[in-house]
Design a binder for this molecule. Structure first.
Ligand code: NDP
Ligand code: GDR
Length: 374
């Protein structure tokens, strides 16, 4: 059989990059949609980029945007993909309160545009469709833990937009017989996680603080509880979902949750920093209680390195999420392989490496600016 052809929206993002690697490893021809930007925006996939002059290239990038119907339809017509993975999104919950209309256009109507293109081009029997749905659908949780049958209660413009995308995916499956599935994925992270999501913000800031590149980590709600897994485990499941006989929706989670505060504690411990948390609400701070090992050069016992900044509170918060991945385990044999502790260690290691490299440049007189506004 000929190798399969996949199209990934959001290929320049965290999941897109891991999924592209995974599919190339399986022999797929992989096409991805990237947005035009004023500077390079392909950092996460540069290592798999293939010179198009090489013989038999397997990896192709196309300019496009989920708000552009004619662009998406043309690309689907040209590529004739066996599988479409719709990972593209304005994916930041806090930002969706600032740009609700744009978020709806990309995250809700973007999914509809792709499904309509499949229908319009007569690809209903050929092209399988994966929709990146989210645990944010559960928002104000109605049941613990959350599973496929748990009612939704979205709490942000992002989650409301993703709810439309969820149901339009189900609807096109039922109405037109398209093989279309929702993966309801709980938070998943990695060293490639965007710098403004809380886990990466924490590992990056603490690594920078340890090397004297930043002074303090400012956070919002430290009580928030999340079920955090590793992106590599989760993209494997995205592919598995499209290989079944019948299309179905699945919750993907680890079944364990920890707080943002605990993630700060874990990350600091990876650097050899023992923290003490004191104060409540907006007055909460984290102070260095002890330092072990030789990674930490720029702070000392007694320094305050994390504080609360109410700017990071959300107009409506999702306080707690905990997934039940039993269906994925029973039907697909999927289980997460990487624990939150292992993932945190990998993220800290990677951010520490970058921080040390920047600190070295700084020590040699180079101008080093670290982006911290988020
Ligand atoms: P990222 O934010 O890392 O990546 C999002 C991708 O979407 C980027 O490639 C981005 O491009 C692209 N994108 C943004 N806007 C548009 C647009 N208008 N048109 C086309 N592409 C666009 O997200 P993740 O990789 O973490 O997540 C992948 C998907 O899974 C998203 O849909 C997200 O909402 C969903 N999800 C994520 C979870 C997680 O914990 N990571 C959990 C559940 C669901 P650019 O690089 O140019 O910005
Ligand atoms: P989330 O991820 O909103 O769950 O969406 P994020 O990491 O942004 O927030 C997780 C929790 O941490 C709290 N928090 C902070 N968050 C950020 N970003 N910055 C802070 O300073 C901060 N302080 C505390 C948040 O309030 C929240 O409770 C992610 C995205 O990947 C979505 O696209 C995806 O759908 C969901 O995960 C599942």
């Amino acid at each position: 059989m000929e190798n399969k052809v996949a199209l990934i929206t959001g290929i320049t993002g965290q999941d897109g990059s891991y999924l592209a690697e995974f599919l190339l490893g399986k022999g797929y021809e992989v096409h991805g949609i990237k947005r035009r930007a004023s500077s390079f925006n392909t950092d996460r996939i540069d290592h798999i980029y293939q010179d198009q002059h090489e013989e038999n290239p397997k990896f192709f990038l196309h300019y496009g945007d989920l708000t552009d119907t004619s662009n998406l339809t043309r690309l689907l017509q040209e590529i004739q993909p066996d599988e479409v993975y719709n990972l593209g999104a304005q994916s930041h919950v806090a930002v969706s309160f600032e740009s609700p209309e744009y978020t709806a256009d990309v995250d809700a109507i973007g999914a509809l545009r792709l499904l309509e293109a499949i229908r319009f081009l007569g690809l209903e029997k050929k092209t399988r469709f994966y929709q990146a749905s989210t645990s944010e659908l559960y928002g104000l949780v109605q049941e613990v833990p959350q599973k496929e049958s748990t009612p939704f209660y979205p709490r942000s413009p992002y989650a409301v937009a993703k709810m439309y995308a969820y149901w339009i995916t189900v609807n096109y499956r039922e109405a037109y017989g398209i093989y279309a599935c929702n993966g309801i994925l709980f938070n998943h992270e990695s060293p490639r996680r965007g710098e403004t999501f809380v886990t990466r913000k924490i590992t990056r800031a603490l690594a920078n603080i340890s090397q004297g590149l930043e002074n303090c980590l400012y956070l919002g709600n430290m009580d928030a509880l999340r079920d955090w897994g590793h992106a590599k485990d989760y993209v494997r499941m995205q592919w598995m979902m499209l290989q079944q006989e019948q299309p179905e929706d699945f919750v993907i989670a680890t079944g364990k949750q920890i707080s943002v505060r605990e993630f700060v504690r874990l990350s600091a411990a990876e650097l050899g920093i023992e923290l003490e948390f004191s104060g409540e609400g907006v007055n909460e701070i984290a102070t260095i209680k002890a330092i072990n090992g030789d990674n930490v050069l720029a702070v000392k016992v007694g320094d305050v390195i994390a504080k609360v900044d109410p700017r990071y509170f959300r107009p409506a918060e999702v306080e707690t999420l905990l997934g039940d991945p039993s269906k994925a385990k029973q039907k697909l044999g999927w289980e997460p392989e990487i624990t939150v502790e292992e993932m945190c260690a990998e993220m800290v290691k990677s951010d520490l490496q970058s921080a040390k490299a920047l600190a070295l440049l700084k020590a040699h007189g180079h101008d080093v600016a670290v982006a911290v506004e988020n």
